[in-house]
Structure formats: C-alpha cells, structure tokens
Design a protein around this ligand. Structure first.
Ligand code: SF4
Length: 79
C-alpha cells in the first residue's frame, strides 16, 4: 500500500523546471511544455501519484515557486 500521495496542479505551473531539476525521477516536461508528474493519474487539472517512499518529492515541492506541488502522508487503518 502506498504511504504517500503527491498532487500537482498543472494549471498553476509556470514551467520553471525547478521540480525537474530537483527530482527528475518523478517529474519531466510534458509535450505541452508544462511539467508533468510521471506515471500519474489526472483528475481535472490535478495530477496524482501514490508513492511507497517520499524520494525527492518533498524537495521538489519546496522548490516550486507557485506552490502547486503538495505531498501528503496516507495513514488509513482499515481493520
Ligand atoms: S517547480 Fe512548480 S512551477 Fe516550476 S515547473 Fe515544477 S510544477 Fe511547474
């Protein structure tokens, strides 16, 4: 089960490239020139990806000048 969730609002992205420079395991520029969260699912303008470990995701989020990357810890006990 994934422990963390990353969300990125592509509508806010200004294509500065900071997230890709900080964390190219998770981000790359899309064909439209806007940064894209690799292997994520899209809900509206939001890209969502679940992670087993944080990797460099928090570093990337901290370097986004428009704060459109958010990282959440998922902690749901079902039984
Ligand atoms: S750091 Fe933020 S604004 Fe810059 S490319 Fe990445 S998502 Fe877009």
């Amino acid at each position: 089960m994934a422990n963390y969730r990353v969300e990125m609002d592509r509508a806010m992205c200004i294509s500065c490239g900071n997230c890709i420079e900080a964390c190219n395991d998770l981000w790359k520029f899309g064909d439209d020139g806007i940064s894209s969260l690799i292997d994520s699912k899209m809900e509206g303008d939001i890209q969502i990806k679940e992670l087993d470990d944080l990797g460099c995701s928090v570093d990337a989020a901290g370097k986004c000048p428009v704060i459109c990357i958010h990282v959440y810890e998922v902690d749901i006990e079902l039984a």
